[in-house]
Ligand binder design. Structure first.
Ligand SMILES: [Zn+2]
Length: 250
């Protein structure tokens, strides 16, 4: 791994040391690629924290144009960005926060083949879409390519993370044999989106830099409405259609 430059060392000086990252860990971050899709209420703060922490390459996928209801939570957007394509706006914001990282915007949500190709190019996937279909697609790409996956979800004032080490811990389809109910315009408060996205980023930073104990195989939930946090150990399902014995051809 190439050494960090003096400018980079200065930038990251507050996060290198006891209880945070090692110098090697910081270098590992710089040599890493993370995929964040989508980059709205949860994925936006996640991408921002990864950029500021010094993840070397960020692939940020989000289609469509910024609209007013996005601005209760999509921190990479702005009043000036209303009506403009989200991906380019978000990438410009991220680049403006850290000149040491590369940002690759994608102005669409990846399909099955694209998700596979992207997963193969990255070291961690932060799955932050609103639809279960997209979450399943990213789970599939993660399991096939063996790429660590952080699945982030939100509803109202509750945020949930599932951290998957493919082949070793439960995947999303182990946890949800059938899709949960979906609302197109579900309620959500920006503060929980941002908190959930930031915690997803923290897990990614830990995984990429080999720091601390990632939430492998666990579901972490913060129910902000009732003020309760829980972390549940998840079990793999041998008959899981995605990562079970039959799926592996065993
Ligand atoms: Zn599974």
């Amino acid at each position: 791994m190439p050494d960090l430059t003096p400018d980079e060392l200065e930038r990251y000086s507050r996060q290198i040391g006891p209880g945070v990252l090692s110098l090697d860990g910081q270098q590992r971050l710089r040599c890493s690629t993370a995929l964040v899709t989508r980059a709205g209420g949860m994925g936006g703060p996640a991408a921002l924290m990864l950029a500021m922490a010094g993840v070397g390459r960020l692939i940020v996928a989000h289609g469509g144009h910024l609209i007013s209801p996005d601005l209760n939570r999509q921190v990479l957007g702005s009043e000036q960005g209303l009506g403009k394509p989200r991906a380019a706006e978000f990438a410009a914001y991220l680049r403006g926060m850290n000149r040491f990282v590369q940002v690759e915007p994608l102005d669409y949500e990846p399909d099955d083949d694209q998700a596979l190709e992207l997963a193969a190019r990255c070291d961690v996937i932060l799955s932050c879409p609103p639809t279960f279909e997209e979450r399943l697609r990213l789970n599939r790409a993660a399991v096939i390519t063996g790429t660590p996956l952080i699945d982030a979800a939100q509803w109202g004032m509750t945020g949930t993370l599932i951290v998957v080490r493919p082949g070793e811990t439960a995947c999303l389809e182990c946890v949800y044999p059938a899709p949960p109910p979906f609302e197109e315009l579900f309620p959500v408060v920006g503060a929980i989106s941002s908190a959930t996205g930031s915690l997803a980023a923290l897990e990614a930073i830990k995984i990429l830099s080999q720091t601390g104990r990632p939430l492998w195989g666990r579901m972490f939930t913060y129910d902000g409405y009732h003020g309760r946090a829980t972390a549940v150990q998840l079990q793999r399902r041998p008959q899981c259609p995605r990562c079970g014995a039959a799926a592996r051809g065993a």
